[in-house]
Design a protein around this ligand. Structure first.
Ligand SMILES: Cc1cc2nc3c(=O)[nH]c(=O)nc-3n(C[C@H](O)[C@H](O)[C@H](O)COP(=O)(O)OP(=O)(O)OC[C@H]3O[C@@H](n4cnc5c(N)ncnc54)[C@H](O)[C@@H]3O)c2cc1C
Length: 379
């Protein structure tokens, strides 16, 4: 169990929420992890159950069916999901797409989609990356041409999380000139004619999560499904990135802690040369290095969350957080796997899946190189 005794900024109500989350995940996720891994997808039922338990989009206002809590509660869910190493893509909905809609959507769009996103009836995907590139979002090629009171969308998206489960796509499209000012965000229902999904992509990790291509052939989307103003999509995406990067930091840190805990349990049990592996100086020093990193990581995460809640977390700070936590979890899971020896290479040990699943953090949500670009611009 994730030890939260030294954490900062959580009160009794947060701890009660965490307890509810733990019980929910123990019942609705833990028993299905192997099944989801095998089938390459989680289940829509999980989303509806999470919604019914009040765990999805906890920070959305009561007017739309949410509980109107601060985003610490959404982050608690992510920490527990990370510690369980569970592949459900709810962070995208709770901390990215729902806030886009709340902050920039018309009243009509919010009334139409937010209640379903909160109850789990609606599962969202975010379509930014294209076959031509993901880091360079402002040069995306999927077009939305205005035709009366509709946009006609043509193009494709790649590596889209919740690609198969989703029934609503927050789609980044080009509605105007080259570059960032021509980018808009459209909400596309997946039952619109001309929308097609590709196969579930064959990934090296995160096998339980569905990730796919999406194709748009003359898809007619009502103009009323435009999020905010035309040409503002890139700015909207950038304004919410801090929260996305904080959420990825939270998951990474919890997964790093789980890897450490798995390694400690293993080396205290396993013996070589007549003594537990734990007794070797190399093992103790490796664990000590990890423990120091984890201590710094939790302290940093609590600092970043508090700063975000005060509206002060800058985009460079959020990028630095994502960079550090993504690199740190990779460092820790790799060292933890090494301490398992051959067992670490076997899928029956949780560390094997953790190792495969955490490699993504240095790539998605902006690569480590792009994080360095963002940070270095302000130096
Ligand atoms: C499992 C998974 C889930 C994903 N989910 C989603 C999703 O839900 N929605 C979505 O839109 N996208 C998603 N992505 C896409 C992800 O965000 C991109 O893969 C990522 O942003 C990198 O883009 P790219 O793959 O096109 O790599 P590229 O942009 O082609 O980058 C290739 C390499 O070049 C480096 N590079 C690029 N530009 C620079 C630069 N300026 N300076 C230095 N180095 C640079 C990169 O860091 C990288 O090392 C997902 C990806 C994966 C693998």
């Amino acid at each position: 169990m994730l030890d939260t005794s030294a954490r900062q900024g959580f009160d009794e109500s947060h701890e009660q929420f965490r307890d509810t989350v733990r019980k929910f995940l123990a019942r609705e996720a833990a028993p299905y992890l192997d099944k989801w891994e095998e089938e390459g997808i989680t289940s829509a039922a999980f989303w509806r159950d999470a919604g019914a338990a009040g765990l999805l989009c906890a920070s959305m206002p009561e007017a739309y069916g949410g509980v109107g809590l601060d985003i610490s509660y959404d982050l608690i869910l992510l920490e527990e999901i990370g510690y369980l190493n569970c592949p459900v893509g709810v962070s995208l909905q709770s901390l990215i797409t729902a806030p886009y809609l709340l902050n920039y959507g018309s009243d009509e769009l919010k009334a139409r989609y937010l209640p379903g996103m909160i109850s789990g009836e609606i599962i969202t995907a975010l379509g930014m990356t294209e076959p031509g590139g993901g880091s360079d979002v402002k040069n995306l090629r999927t077009t939305a041409r205005r035709d009366g009171d509709h946009y006609v969308v043509n193009g494709s998206k790649l590596y889209i999380s919740n690609g198969l489960l989703s029934n609503l796509v927050f789609l980044a499209v080009r509605t105007g000139e080259e570059g960032s000012r021509g980018v808009s965000l459209l909400l596309v229902d997946t039952d619109t004619p001309g929308f097609e999904r590709g196969r579930n992509l064959d990934k090296i990790g995160l096998h339980g999560a569905d990730t796919s291509e999406m194709f748009f052939h003359d898809v007619r989307v009502p103009v009323s499904n435009l999020l905010g103003e035309e040409g503002m999509g890139f700015r909207y995406m950038m304004s919410e990135l801090g929260q996305e990067r904080l959420s990825l930091s939270s998951v990474s840190q919890a997964q790093a802690q789980r890897a450490f805990d798995e390694a400690v349990a293993f080396v205290k049990d396993r013996k070589a040369f007549g003594q537990p592996i734990f007794e070797f100086q190399n093992t103790r020093f490796t664990l000590a290095d990890m423990a120091a990193r984890l201590q710094a990581g939790w302290a940093h995460l609590d600092w970043a969350r508090a700063r975000h809640l005060q509206g002060k977390l800058s985009s460079e700070e959020a990028a630095a957080s994502k960079l550090w936590h993504s690199e740190n979890v990779w460092h820790i899971v790799d060292a933890a796997l090494q301490l398992h020896g051959g067992a670490g290479y076997m899928n029956e040990y949780p560390i094997a899946r953790l190792w495969r699943d955490t490699r993504i953090h240095r790539i998605h949500g902006g690569t480590s190189e792009i994080m360095k670009e963002v940070i270095s611009r302000k130096i």
